[in-house]
Design a protein around this ligand. Structure first.
Ligand code: SF4
Length: 149
């Protein structure tokens, strides 16, 4: 194994255990956002997995999107995704990003999410339970570790 390969593997291993998460509500009812906040409470304590909620896309590894993507927020979501450094992953929270959920057919909805940005993990539910959200975010660890950069 080359020196660069070993170095990259070590970097990826460290990244895997230090996921910084950026939540983004793309127009949902806030139910999923509240469940996501529960994950950072002492009861769930996601920091034991190295997961930290961050407000800046330039520092984030994982983008967690909830709600259907509205036409008003579509361009902002795309811009935020482009601002995130590689390697990055996207988690879709709840049924809204997957199928527009209860907002399907509304005039202002541009989703589903995978029409706009690539999605790595889908977390079902309306809203999903905190355990499911944590499981979804930790699933991105495999992707972050497996990427070259
Ligand atoms: S999936 Fe359900 S709880 Fe989550 S934003 Fe959509 S309607 Fe609200």
């Amino acid at each position: 194994m080359s020196e660069l390969g070993l170095k990259q593997r070590l970097i990826n291993k460290a990244r895997k255990r230090s996921l910084w998460v950026l939540p983004f509500n793309s127009g949902g009812c806030n139910g999923c956002a509240i469940e996501l906040l529960t994950c950072v409470s002492p009861r769930s304590d996601v920091e034991r997995f190295g997961i930290l909620v961050k407000g800046s896309p330039r520092h984030a590894d994982v983008l967690v999107v909830d709600g259907p993507v509205t036409t008003k927020l579509k361009d902002r979501l795309l811009r935020i995704y482009q601002q995130m450094p590689e390697p990055k992953a996207v988690v879709a929270l709840g049924s809204c990003p997957a199928s527009n959920g209860v907002f399907d057919g509304c005039y202002g909805v541009a989703g589903p999410l995978d029409k706009i940005i690539p999605v790595d993990v889908w977390v079902p539910g309306c809203p999903p339970r905190p355990e499911a959200i944590i499981h979804g975010i930790t699933k991105t660890m495999q992707k972050i570790e497996g990427l070259k950069k």
